[in-house]
Design a protein around this ligand. Structure first.
Ligand code: DON
Length: 325
């Protein structure tokens, strides 16, 4: 049919096409339902949970089937969800969509905050939701067949550095001065305090927490690891190493299992979600001030076996990626 109609699809295109098996999108609705549907590249797998969740806390039944109020509410939810579709969704083999964020209750609540029960929204004013950049520094690891390993962390410090692009050169200027200790007791933007050792001086370099790291085992590269994350960089690398070297976790678990962070001041133990309640309450009883924290680091890890095969893990906390060839 392609040849008959001067179509563009060749025999090889069809031969190379493979069906992909994917994990379905499964999400709960209210207490008693579990909804199973098609994931990306169908946007249904993102928009359906978005829409259902935008309705979940509202009493649609009281508004009534086909009432003006229910049609209005459902329409405005659709307007918002489809605006996100246009900006954030595509084939996951090519584009990393922030699915988790897009279907989170908190995000959807914020999206619906502008809902006006009395008047129609306006698509010119409604845009896709804003998914803020995470604390940003860049880390990458690489390893090649000759046994060369590289671990690089590079930093602008704050988001977009000092927000000035060098004209024509295409890069941002950093705001690294904040990594100095401005004066005793005054914290950096990452809450780190310091004194004379890290005071500002001409020609002096500021203290960093960057920890690009290579672990050799019997003199051969074994782990290549690092992360962004301000002061949490060091604890993220530390815990990832201990997870592999002492707790024998898989590279994936070593990176993705919840992490915790303490930096002396403030005197708080920051913990990601996922620790057992029993552990948290025992730590509290011991006198720790526990602060929940959304993401500690975005760690990248390559683990190399004695035969040279490797496993690379990109942190699921961000839009990180691992590739090999
Ligand atoms: O060198 C440092 O320690 C900081 N400039 C790192 C900042 C950072 O990781 C921010 N992004 N996550």
């Amino acid at each position: 049919e392609m040849q008959r109609g001067n179509g563009l699809i060749s025999y090889n295109d069809l031969k190379n096409y493979t069906a992909k098996q994917r994990e379905p999108m499964i999400f709960p609705y209210k207490k008693e339902y579990s909804i199973v549907t098609m994931p990306l590249p169908s946007s249904g797998g993102v928009l359906l949970p978005q829409l259902m969740r935008m309705m979940e806390g509202r009493d649609l039944r009281a508004e009534g089937f086909h009432s003006v109020a229910s049609i209005h509410l459902m329409t405005e939810a659709e307007r918002l969800a489809y605006a996100d579709r246009a900006k954030y969704l595509g084939d996951p083999d090519f584009f990393k969509s922030p699915v988790e964020k897009l279907i989170s209750y908190q995000y959807l609540q914020e999206r619906m905050a502008g809902f006006n029960p009395d008047s129609a929204g306006n698509s010119e004013q409604v845009k896709a939701g804003i998914i803020p950049e995470s604390e940003e520094t860049t880390h990458l690891d690489t390893y090649d067949k000759e046994g060369n390993a590289v671990s690089i962390t590079t930093t602008l410090n704050n988001w977009y550095g000092c927000k000035t692009v060098v004209g024509g050169a295409g890069f941002f200027l950093n705001d690294e001065m904040d990594d100095f200790s401005m004066k005793p007791g005054v914290p950096t933007m990452f809450g780190a305090i310091g004194g004379k050792a890290n005071e500002i001086r001409p020609g002096k370099r500021m203290l960093s927490s960057m920890t690009p790291t290579i672990v050799l085992k019997n003199d051969k590269p074994f782990l290549v690891v690092g992360t962004p994350g301000g002061t949490t960089i060091i604890t993220s690398v530390f815990q990832t190493l201990i997870n592999v070297l002492e707790f024998n976790l898989s590279p994936d678990d070593a990176v993705n299992k919840p992490k915790f962070h303490h930096q002396w001041e403030p005197d708080a133990l920051y913990m990601e979600k996922g620790f057992p309640d029993t552990v948290i309450s025992k730590l509290r009883e011991m006198g720790y001030r526990i602060e929940p924290r959304s993401a500690i680091g975005r760690t990248e890890l390559i683990q190399i076996s004695p035969t040279g095969s490797m496993e690379a893990v990109a942190d699921g906390r961000g839009d990180d990626a691992a590739e090999g060839y």
